[in-house]
Design a binder for this molecule. Sequence first.
Ligand code: HEC
Ligand code: HEC
Length: 316
Amino acid sequence: MSDFDSGFWSWWIAAVTVIGIVWCIWLLNSQKKYLKNSKEEEVTDTGHVWDGNLRELNNPIPRWWIVMYLGFCAFGLGYLVLFPGLGGYPGVLSYTSADEVEQAQAKHLASVRPLYAKFDEMTIQQIAANPEAQQIGQRLFLNNCAQCHGSDAKGSPSFPNLVEGDSQWGRTPEAIEHTIVNGRHGIMPAFTGVIDASAAADTAQYVRSLSGLAHNQLAAIKGQRTYMAQCAACHGAEGKGNKMLGAPNLTDGVWLYGSSEQRIVEAIMKGRNNQMPPQGGHLTPEQVRMLTAWVWGLSNNRPEQVASNQQDGQAK
Ligand code: HEC
Ligand code: HEC
């Protein structure tokens, strides 16, 4: 694919490059009278004198220098014939650095393939329990995921905690693999115009009550009505969330954005829109499996968690 959007710029750059080299050769040639290294010719004096006795002479240009100069010009022309450099012309060798990277990557993948081969026959659960696989998984996580989810995988505001609490999209191996390969996009609509500020504050009090946080009971009772009418469709009548929609469990005490009334009102009035970009493009299927197992193991090594995750088996 060419980097130029019109043929003109390709020709323009090619012309400037060639004219530059031709000009260099012309320049050397124009200095002919200094090129001749003949002994007979008088070495002239430029008349410039420094410190009383340092005189500048017009000696001929040394031969080695001329050879080097022409050599560089020849090298430049040869390079431009073989490699890309003249506008959009790919060069006789059709070399591209992208090809070189691809080849290096293919070579690297071939060399690490045997490392992954022994996990091919294992289930995700078995991989998660394998110490060597845990090390590989952790390294892959640190390189590819930690910048968003944190090196301890406990997340930060708007980046989910993968260790504690309930998950948005499900923690079955299938759901995790789907998340890694395709990314996720969680959308909560804004309720401005539907819910007024005081009703939103009441609803926030009810939401806080769901996870046993301090709340105003009267406000929570009023808020419950709004919750049932506007929120239960996604977050569930009991506030346990919906893994098909990525609607978080509001009862688990783990918050993506914070549990203060202010943060909850903000979610109601402005909505939430949060996206994980797909990672499938730069990970091999083997790497995705190792990561799936590692992330699964983060929250599934506790028996009570396994029981709760089995219930979201249908979620993807
Ligand atoms: C650019 C930042 C970014 C990167 C990189 C990233 N994630 Fe995410 N991830 C997110 C965000 C944001 C969400 C929440 C999406 C939403 O709100 O639905 C998320 C969600 C998830 C979830 C679902 C959490 C749940 O509660 O259901 C899992 C699992 C996950 N990521 C794993 C990974 C793994 C494994 C990697 C590395 C291969 C990774 N992520 C790389 C930002 C990122
Ligand atoms: C259409 C479905 C939908 C409806 C309706 C909805 N939500 Fe949400 N809500 C979501 C999704 C999806 C997210 C997660 C957004 C993300 O991925 O960041 C969310 C996030 C939240 C959060 C942030 C949770 C955290 O862990 O920080 C709160 C609080 C919340 N919703 C409260 C409400 C309340 C209160 C209502 C009713 C007024 C409501 N939601 C209505 C889908 C919905």
